[in-house]
Write a protein that binds this ligand. Sequence first.
Ligand code: ACO
Length: 350
Amino acid sequence: MYAAITGWGKCLPPAILSNDDLATFLDTSDEWITSRTGMKERRISHVDVSELGYVAAARALAAAGKQPEDVELIVFGSTTFDELCPNGASNIQRLLGAENAACMDLNTACTSGMYSLTVATSMIKSGVVKSAIIIGAEVISKVMDWSNRDVAVLFGDGAAALYLEASTTAEGVLAESLGCFGEARDILSLQGWGMKYADKKRILGDVQWAFVGQEIFKKAVNGMTKASQQTLEKSDLQPEDIDLVVPHQANLRIIDTLTKKLKMPNDKVFINIERYGNMSAATALVALVEAVEEGYVKPGNLLLMPAFGGGLTLSAHLVKWGERTQPVAQSAVELPENTKTGLEMVNALR
Ligand code: ACO
């Protein structure tokens, strides 16, 4: 049994925050951000993360040509859930009307969308469920320390979702390698976000980011290289067998170093970091959805999807795309209208 990916959808909030916008309140510049990261702009959400996730999920469901009652499992990957109890997946179930779905949240920071793909695929392969929606979504803007230029320039908000269904054809995730550098967990932490910081009246105080950029950079490259090589070995494949690399997009220089180590030519690597920055759990899934929408993914292609995140968690998935690259239908679901600019929203959060 396999878990074919038959639906895909994304939801990017419309408000844009450009590098020049950031330079209005931080000691930074478009030149620095572009040359060090490859990022030009990112999105700022005017809605909660489960609403972004819901719209992406509704689009994935329509793309698969399925109804809400067909969904047997929702796995919601994020680091920025609206609430810890009840979980975020239950809100997506309610908004979708997917009353037959089991619901769970999953947090492995930036790899949450990819770990969600493993969990749902494994549950379909083992026969626990026959279908699933997985979501990667973040509203990082609400936990950002907007006074810290080391991190404030790197992240953005967004969501993407995939619909998976049981299939006897060898497609979907064919192999993966997951891991974690737990001993390095403190080099990327959101201090103030979680029960450790709770006092009697409130849970969330001012969030301070501990972030050792150069160490994260090195561990990201080494970890994703190792995970990718292990995945290729498990599948008895060589780098030249891969049609497209769709990596987590945290820094263009990380992607360039990784793909050089893997001996992958640049024209086989999908990049959209300039548009969105790092959307953590949403990043790799938005990249996959856009690679399909923009025609980079062809029927039957083999995709390699390396990712890393806080923890420091690691993953690399080998995905075989199916025969269909066009959606069965389009969803009519849209986000509520937003009248504010990205800069106006960020100024209100600072
Ligand atoms: N604008 C202008 N200057 C800056 C900025 C900024 N936004 N940020 C740092 N600088 C300065 C530094 O202060 C330093 O100045 P100095 O030389 O006077 O001391 C100089 O630029 C160079 O700083 P470095 O840290 O050496 O810059 P580097 O080339 O390493 O790039 C970066 C920094 C982009 C953060 C890089 O290290 C990186 O991408 N690391 C990985 C980050 C990452 O992937 N994060 C995702 C985490 S995943 C998750 O789960 C959340």
